[in-house]
Design a binder for this molecule. Sequence first.
Ligand code: NDP
Length: 306
Amino acid sequence: MSATTLDGLKIRDEIQAELAGEIAALKARGITPGLAAVLVGENPASQIYVRSKVKACESLGLYSEKIERPATMTTVELLAVVETLNQRDKIDGILVQLPLPPQIDTRRILEAVDPTKDVDGFHPTNVGRLVAGRANLVPCTPAGIMEMLRRYQIPIAGARAVVVGRSDIVGKPMALLLLHQHATVTICHSRTRDLPGVAREADILVAAMGRPAFVTGDFIRPGATVIDVGMNRLVSSEEVERAFHDTAEPLRKLESKGSVLIGDVQPEDARDRAGAYTPVPGGVGPLTIAMLMSNTVRAARLRRSK
Ligand code: NDP
């Protein structure tokens, strides 16, 4: 059996095409949704993420601003940046790129963002709304996964869903979204006993652990839908040989590009055992930015309709 590939690029394009219509309607009313991305320091991965978020805004015709500050700044200085953005009418969405440098109190910063502009959905008000089933702004990665499941018509109500990972950014909101859609949800983490056995009960298995190719065939019930959130960069041939069964193509990629991306799921096992699965790259990743755009448009609409 070979699994259906759940194509994140195709779903991203669908979401963005729908958003383009909404943006045009807002612009006709004189409203251009605006996103501010705050980047502190020079973390190369963060620079790439922020650049692609700003680029996505530009290609959809949203207003965007990149606000760069040095890695040495203090919590109080960053609070002042956030406060200014909270006050500015042109800005509908604020995202503070994580991780922040160690001297900065991340929790204080995230709690300072105006909840109506919190397009990452990390503010306690938005977390509470999500728990209560009255969400306005939902964290982008799990929101994108729900779009993927919906558009591929994967049944959720009554399904057994297992989420591996309990982070505030992915695992917890993912589990809540599946629960609200009437899945029977189990959340696993590093202390879970018999993880493969629990995972094998899943009709929908979400892997969000940050462990390359950890989820192997013995975790996957034949025919299950497997969602691979992990983004792990392998940089040595030993790592590649540990993670892949057929290493010829990945080793070639390692040699030409210097690294190979792999998820938390062993991709060849997923292809052989799952009913449907998200590839890495090209699965969950592209949806995260699409949902950030969607949240920015939503924030603009909600704030202006007040
Ligand atoms: P975190 O490190 O915050 O959380 C990882 C979770 O996985 C923790 O709850 C941890 O358990 C659990 N875990 C770790 N090892 C094991 C194990 N051996 N067995 C069972 N559970 C384990 O990661 P994030 O949630 O932020 O991200 C997860 C992955 O998703 C990463 O690879 C990240 O790069 C990727 N990601 C991808 C995105 C995308 O757009 N595609 C967006 C965001 C993240 P415990 O709590 O007990 O420590």
